[in-house]
Structures are given as structure tokens and as C-alpha cells.
Design a protein around this ligand. Structure first.
Ligand SMILES: [Zn+2]
Length: 97
């Protein structure tokens, strides 16, 4: 039976709870049902955790990709600049990998 950790958005109370299908969870302190499920070691493989990890990976990968693109642009500029006087060279936008 999975035990999940929750934090009450209304009062900030944190609690653990056995969750069964059909259960209606409420904060034991203020009875609010506005709860946020917390990440815990026992639920690292839940879909929501994977989605968070995926978003973090995407977020972390973005600057790297921009850096790589900038490096390619610099390389093309450098290359194009050196060969700017050669008319048969394709332009930088037509460069094939
Ligand atoms: Zn509460």
C-alpha cells in the first residue's frame, strides 16, 4: 500500500497518508482538500516525478543547445569570412552537416 506525503496549501501542514482508490484526502489540521503531493524517496518512479525530471532535463539542455548553435554560427562566420572571396562556396545558410 503506497504511502504518500502531502502538504496542505491552505495551512502548510505536512502529513503522510495511506492512499486507497476512492479516498478523499483532507488536511488533518484544517480539513482543506487543497493538497500538494510531495516527492519522496518511495515515489521516485511516479509519472509526475518523471515529468519533473524531464522538464528539468529540458530546462538544463536549453542553454547547452544555444551554446552549440552559437558555436556553429561562429564557425560558419569564421569559415565564410576566410572564403568570402570564393564565389562558388555555398552561403552559410546552405551549409550541410
Ligand atoms: Zn491544512
Amino acid at each position: 500500500m503506497p504511502i504518500f506525503e502531502y502538504e496542505c496549501r491552505a495551512c502548510g501542514h505536512e502529513f503522510e497518508r495511506l492512499v486507497r482508490p476512492g479516498d478523499v484526502l483532507a488536511c488533518p489540521a484544517c480539513q482543506s482538500q487543497d493538497l500538494e503531493k510531495l516527492l519522496s524517496l518511495s515515489s521516485v518512479s511516479t509519472p509526475s516525478t518523471r515529468a519533473t525530471a524531464f522538464q528539468q532535463a529540458r530546462h538544463a539542455g536549453r542553454p547547452l543547445q544555444q551554446e552549440k548553435q552559437q558555436a556553429e554560427i561562429d564557425e560558419i562566420k569564421h569559415h565564410y569570412g576566410e572564403n568570402a572571396l570564393t564565389p562558388l562556396k555555398p552561403g552559410p545558410l546552405r551549409k550541410k552537416r
